[in-house]
Design a binder for this molecule. Structure first.
Ligand code: HEC
Ligand SMILES: [Cu+2]
Length: 434
């Protein structure tokens, strides 16, 4: 190839082409994000801005490569009757230096920009609201903690199936999984973070006011890591309140529910299951007037009271209530025949576990409870707070639960002070754990 002189016309053409590429890249970078969900957090804006810059560069390169390709196909096509070979070209040092240097510069620029966005997202914000996130097959739950209004040296915590917050308040998520890897994906916040067994993952975001949004605004959370049969239904919601007052109203209402639980353990247990803060409904079938579950991982819970009192009691030597307690607290200690060890240990606090057992006892064909459970005074309304799930986990609850102590069929149906005392000790122990 002859080295050609670069005339003024070529320079003008190159400049025009260059400008067109940049304008084209810019249009691509502005148009593509229009298909994205709203930007509901400060981080979403930062991430989208970074994305637009990458898209501008990528769009210009796309137009350059495709443009050259189209131009070459047209300009250098084989003419009729031309059977000769094309010119034989061997390397071009200048060109190679240029096409190595340009991507190197682009990569460095993107690295620096990405790093600064990443560190800004991760940086500790003033006055963060800490929320614990639990992923379990197949739901998300959020735990809020606050000083107990009855005894400020203790913490009162409650769970929600929704992540509530408000505009402008930085949130720090403390994320855990109860079983396998899940991925916490909130498209509107541009969060996609894996939760990994045995690890606590932190993530931060600050909700912002999104144009044209009505408040409280609801944004979906979806598990983005295939985790089993109901993975596709592992959906929850971020609820962003407009003002701190709106948020506090919700918060106080939840605290009230904790302070004033139903006195009847059966009602309380049913309420806990109905609230879906634990993923029982995603794995079990249950058909009652109030609960319709269609999970297909574990055994149906209709008639579980009969089974607990009959075959399960025979197989394990436990009373019906103790068997039910064990099946929640140590799910793998005895596996219901035909099922694998798929049920997680959910670290459910003691009072809640007992209430759930009380409700499960009533799932019989006759409607007569197969067992009854007495809640120790600690679990009652106006009582001191019970242990947080973490505290229960650290308190080695497996060993501290004495199967012979209430609540069991015998102990609970005859609640003498002596009979209830050991149960109270169990809970006190769990409460005292750090
Ligand atoms: C990830 C799926 C999964 C979740 C979530 C789950 N379970 Fe299970 N459950 C199972 C499986 C599988 C079995 C059978 C194996 C076993 O006994 O552990 C089972 C067994 C049971 C049994 C014993 C049934 C019998 O016939 O003996 C009870 C009771 C029970 N689960 C209650 C619950 C409650 C209450 C919850 C919520 C706090 C829950 N499960 C959450 C999968 C699950
Ligand atoms: Cu999942």
């Amino acid at each position: 190839m002859n080295s050609t002189k670069v005339g003024p016309r070529t320079v003008v053409t190159l400049i025009i082409v260059g400008v067109l590429l940049i304008v084209g890249g810019f249009l691509i970078s502005q148009a593509t994000p229009l298909i994205f969900p709203v930007e509901a957090s400060a981080e979403a804006r930062q991430i989208d801005q970074l994305f637009r810059i990458a898209l501008l560069i990528g769009g210009a390169i796309f137009l350059l490569v495709q443009g050259l390709l189209a131009y070459s196909v047209w300009r250098f096509r084989a003419r009729a009757g031309d059977l000769s070979d094309g010119p034989n070209i061997h390397g071009n040092t200048t060109l190679e230096i240029v096409w190595t240097a340009i991507p190197a510069v682009i990569v460095v620029v993107l690295t620096v920009l990405s790093y600064s966005v990443w560190t800004s997202i991760q940086s500790v914000k003033p006055d963060e609201q800490a929320v614990e996130v639990q992923g379990a097959r197949f739901n998300w739950a959020f735990t809020y903690s606050t000083p107990d209004p009855r005894d400020s040296s203790k913490t009162l915590s409650f769970k929600s199936t929704e992540l509530h917050t408000y505009i402008g308040r930085p949130v720090r998520l403390e994320m855990r999984t109860q079983d396998v890897i899940h991925s916490f994906w909130v498209p509107a916040m541009r969060i996609k973070q894996d939760v990994i067994p045995g690890r606590v993952t932190e993530y931060r975001f600050t909700p912002v006011e999104a144009a044209g949004e009505t408040y409280p605004a609801r944004y979906p959370i979806q598990c983005a890591e295939l985790c089993g049969a109901e993975h596709g239904n592992m959906i929850a919601w971020v609820v962003v309140h407009q003002t701190e007052d709106d948020y506090t109203a919700w918060f106080n209402q939840e605290v009230d529910k904790v302070l004033n639980p139903p006195a009847d353990p059966v009602v309380r247990g049913e309420g806990i299951l109905a609230s879906q803060v634990y993923p029982c409904h995603t794995c079990h079938v249950l058909n009652t007037e109030t609960l319709q579950w269609a999970g297909n991982v574990g055994p149906a819970l209709n008639g579980v009271g009969d089974r607990a009192a009959g075959p399960r009691s025979t197989a394990t030597g436990l009373s019906a209530a103790d068997y039910l307690y064990q099946s929640i607290h140590e799910p793998n200690a005895y596996l219901a025949p035909g099922f694998g060890p798929l049920m997680p240990q959910l670290n459910i606090p003691e009072c809640e576990t007992r209430s759930i057992v009380a409700y499960l006892c009533t799932l019989t064909s006759s409607g007569q409870p197969a067992c009854t459970v007495e809640l120790p005074p600690e679990c009652g309304a106006g009582a001191p707070p019970e242990a947080t799930p973490e505290a229960t986990a650290e308190g080695t609850p497996e060993s501290s639960f004495d199967p012979s102590a209430p609540p069991s069929g015998e102990g609970a149906s005859n609640p003498t002070p002596e009979a209830t005392a050991p149960a109270a000790d169990v809970t006190a122990e769990a409460t005292a754990a750090p």
